[in-house]
Design a protein around this ligand. Structure first.
Ligand code: AKB
Length: 318
């Protein structure tokens, strides 16, 4: 039986991942790790144990690992790309000093560790179309710097100490539960909220700005299946390219407008977001993930759009 700690359990991915892990492994075996400024609420709080687990405080992670006999850690603590540019020191402290703390605890207590990387680990000099698994990674954002370092440090702990580290490069993640905060791909979530609220959407990125995206159920499925994968088959570890779809603002706008013909989108470009998006891939090649652990997304743009609109209408009483 697994005992799992999710660090960052109240965040965009953590809030849904924790509930899914509880369904699979039992409510009592999945601990929602949080920091005091982001306490679990509602179902997350009621359905299982929670504990303070602050990546910047190694002892807090160690206490939870010992108390709950943790054998697997999903480490989701990070600042997203746009926020990280305004708070680079904090991005490093959480992303890398924090990861170091998690890996040290994992080494001592024999835990497997999942720490996501991102399409943000690529940069201007990376091939942008069908970006290969193994290619140039020279990002110029602090977010990208922390993500490449995450990949390297996680690989280091695997080869040097045998810590079972695994990771994926998440694309933009679209969800109807917890909104993202401070990412470059956030527009692909915000556009759905505007559409359902009957508001005009002001798009911060130019027409023709392609990025990889994924619906949350696929992102959660990816994280769990990679951690369940047969280690003998894994040629790579940190981190696998994965994707479900690649689109630009006008394409997602058209997909929503098909169901909501009165919806209006206008452009007002945010130069920072645009520069970051331009440095990221247009589309990833995720064949290694497909080959090594049978990665296969369930949703495409159309099926995600239908589900997002339905769920958000119910959530916002529209
Ligand atoms: C961001 O936009 O910063 C994130 C990411 C793609 O890693 N959603």
């Amino acid at each position: 039986m697994k005992n799992i700690l999710v660090i960052g359990a109240t965040g965009q991915i953590g809030s849904e991942l924790t509930l899914e892990l509880r369904k699979r492994y039992g409510d009592d075996n999945v601990i929602a790790g949080y920091i005091p400024s982001a306490m679990p609420k509602g179902e997350l709080k009621a359905s299982g144990p929670s504990a303070i687990a602050d990546v910047t405080d190694r002892q807090s992670i160690e206490v939870v690992a010992r108390q709950f006999k943790v054998d697997t850690i999903y480490n989701l603590a990070a600042l997203l790309s746009v926020v990280a540019e305004s708070r680079p020191a904090m991005a490093w402290k959480i992303g890398i000093d924090g990861l170091w703390n998690v890996l040290e605890v994992a080494r001592e207590y024999g835990c497997a560790v999942f720490t996501p990387s991102s399409i943000g680990s690529f940069g201007d000099t990376t091939p942008h179309v069908n970006t290969p698994q193994d290619t140039t990674q020279r990002p110029r954002t602090m977010y990208g710097v922390t993500k490449v370092t995450t990949e390297l440090l996680s690989d280091y702990y695997f080869t040097k100490y045998g810590v079972d580290t695994r990771s994926v490069r998440f694309p933009g993640i679209i969800s109807n539960v917890t909104p993202p905060g401070g990412g470059t791909t956030d527009y692909a979530v915000d556009i759905f909220y505007s559409a359902v609220r009957g508001e005009k959407f002001i798009c911060p990125l130019k027409e023709g700005t392609y990025m990889d995206m994924m619906y949350m159920p696929d992102a959660i499925h990816a994280a769990i299946s990679l951690m369940e994968a047969d280690p003998e088959r894994l040629v790579h570890r940190n981190a696998f390219n994965i994707t479900s779809m690649s689109f630009s603002p006008e394409i997602i706008y058209a997909a929503i407008k098909k169901h909501m013909p009165d919806f209006v989108m206008e452009y007002k470009i945010d130069p920072l977001k645009q520069a970051i998006a331009d440095s990221w891939p247009d589309s990833l090649d995720d064949s290694c993930a497909r080959r090594e652990w049978d990665w296969k997304p369930l949703y495409n743009l159309e099926t995600m759009t239908v589900d997002m609109l339905e769920k958000l209408k119910a959530k916002l009483n529209k």
